[in-house]
Design a protein around this ligand. Structure first.
Ligand code: GLC
Length: 537
């Protein structure tokens, strides 16, 4: 194929590696047991060493922490428990010096019930703030307006004795939903977006991006078909409680805003949708979000045919010229080293290889680069009100939020003090950052090599990506100038190519066997080659 100009990148995020810092669990710089901005600042050299191009910082605004910052009490401040505005600004500017772009988490779907708007809305029904939230009369005595269910499995409506009306909360009771049918909410949120852009934030990860508008008539959500395990929420499909088409106007407007800055700001949506058509709509005609999380891929089965299908379908649906984004773990779901790889290091390496070589942008969750899986948190130590001990919830989110292990000391290098961490430390398995850095064959070094190769040998552009024919258990494709083959089975698979063309392989050298023009792809092994591989099958 003709030579490819790998430098023809349009924006910093195209092909970049974005690292998701769950701030409360990343690094505690002031010794109180809770991760914070000065701690994250200390770790910027590590992120730079890893090859990170962007950071998604989980919620940083003041909040009563019923949902750890996803319940915002003030959109223009910094949470005192994680730092100050000066510290955040310093974090953004030091990161920028390293070429790292910082995204904040914007939560436009709901506020905290401690937000001044809600306090007024509830306390003073005649004020203009009443209509900032979704209030409705019940269907009858003790009957909420409809069947919508919140994130804990209870009714999404809470009755307010004083006014005789219910308010809507799609998540916790303490997270009232904003009323996006009210133009004033648009004005308020536009101003907030501009406030942060002016401070130099590189963009936002937009929380519940699909959810802002609710059905105007508040119709009941339909019952979920049994086979729909991705979209099902407590047996319902969120057809009316979220996912209304009017939301697209908001993103078209914000895209214009984002592009009015130099460099343009990034809008990355948390988009839980029922299919790829729905996902593609968030890209619009490349005039809405620049990237929208693809949870259909995240929840694909970890086998070659499911992944192949998910990748092919994703690329077929997203508009031309847009950037897919691949992610496999986050703070709401099980980490991929557990969900996909069941803790098997070989499988974790295969997963990292695939994630790092797909066209588009890669978002990893802190600890993905170390192969960290979920760790059960004893019930007494759980902190997540939304999922801890709640029947029917899919996943207790605390298990994916444990403090980062920076070294193998008693406090894992997480905290500079002796305070108990807000969630328990991970088991000391010597898989921490320092131990893995000292071992050339570690997952961390492998991940770093993959990320480094991304910058030189792959290509983020979809037009230079092609899925290629291979035996059924192998996922094989060309990306830019590289060929990537992953064996997602226990069987050894023979491929023909010049062994010298292999630039990276996922198992350490002990199991690597080569002959003149043949390589053996061991069970659960990936290789990256500069030449095409030929399989006999
Ligand atoms: C998003 C966040 C999640 C939060 C919820 C409510 O799904 O990722 O952590 O609980 O929104 O804000």
């Amino acid at each position: 194929m003709t030579d490819i100009d790998l430098k023809a990148q349009r924006h910093w995020w195209d092909g970049s590696l974005i690292y998701h810092i769950y701030i409360r669990s990343f690094k505690d710089g002031n010794g109180d047991g809770l991760g914070d901005i000065i701690g994250a600042h200390e770790m910027l050299p590590y992120l730079n060493w890893l090859g990170v191009g962007g950071i998604w910082l989980s919620p940083s605004m003041p909040s009563p922490d019923r949902d750890w910052g996803y319940d915002v009490a003030d959109y223009k401040g910094v949470h005192p428990s994680i730092g100050t505005m000066e510290e955040l600004e310093r974090f953004i500017s030091t990161a920028a010096e390293l070429g790292i772009h910082v995204l904040l988490d914007l939560v436009p779907n709901h506020t905290s019930d401690q937000h001044a708007w809600f306090i007024e809305s509830k306390g003073n029904p005649k004020s203009k703030y009443r209509d900032y939230y979704v209030w409705a009369k019940g269907k009858g005595p003790n009957q909420p307006p409809n069947n919508w269910i919140d994130a804990t499995g209870s009714s999404a409506w809470t009755f307010d004795e004083a006014s005789g009306e219910y308010y809507l909360h799609n998540f916790l009771k303490s997270q009232p939903d904003l009323n996006w049918w009210n133009p004033q909410i648009h004005r308020e949120m536009d101003e907030i977006v501009q406030f942060w852009f002016a401070k130099g934030v590189a963009g936002f990860r937009i929380d519940v991006a699909h959810g802002l508008y609710k059905d105007k008539d508040l119709r009941d959500d339909p019952i979920a078909p049994p086979e729909d395990t991705v979209n099902e929420r407590f047996n319902l499909i969120e057809k009316y409680s979220k996912n209304q088409p009017e939301v697209h106007d908001v993103y078209r407007r914000w895209r214009n805003l984002a592009e009015s800055y130099s460099p343009p700001r990034l809008l990355l949506g948390e988009t839980w949708v029922d299919g790829l058509e729905g996902l593609a709509k968030f890209y619009g005609k490349n005039d809405e979000l620049q990237m929208a999380f693809n949870f259909l891929f995240t929840f694909s089965k970890f086998d070659a045919s499911s992944l192949r299908k998910s990748i092919a379908e994703t690329l077929r649906h997203l508009p031309e010229g847009s950037t897919p984004v691949w992610t496999a773990s986050n703070h709401d779901i099980s980490r991929f080293p557990t969900r996909w790889a069941k803790g098997d290091a070989k499988k974790i390496r295969v997963a990292l290889t695939i994630l790092a070589t797909l066209p588009g942008t890669l978002v990893i969750y802190y600890g993905d680069e170390l192969g960290f899986g979920d760790e059960a948190v004893p019930p007494k130590m759980m902190r997540d009100e939304m999922t801890a001990g709640i029947p029917g919830t899919r996943f207790e989110r605390d298990s994916a939020r444990l403090p980062m292990s920076w070294n193998s000391s008693a406090n894992r290098g997480f905290s500079d003090g002796d305070s108990a961490p807000w969630l328990p430390y991970r088991a000391n398995d010597y898989q921490d950052v320092a131990s893995q850095m000292a071992n050339r064959n570690s997952i961390l070094h492998y991940a770093r090599e993959l990320f480094a190769l991304r910058k030189t040998a792959y290509d983020f552009r979809r037009e230079h990506f092609a899925l290629l024919e291979s035996p059924p258990d192998v996922l094989y494709y060309r990306t830019g100038r590289s060929y990537v083959a992953s064996n997602l089975s226990d069987a050894t698979i023979i491929a023909h190519c010049d062994p010298n063309s292999i630039v990276l392989h996922s198992l350490d050298n002990t199991s690597w066997e080569v002959q003149s023009d043949t390589i053996q792809l061991a069970g659960w092994e990936s290789v990256i080659s500069t030449q095409e591989l030929r399989f006999t099958f």
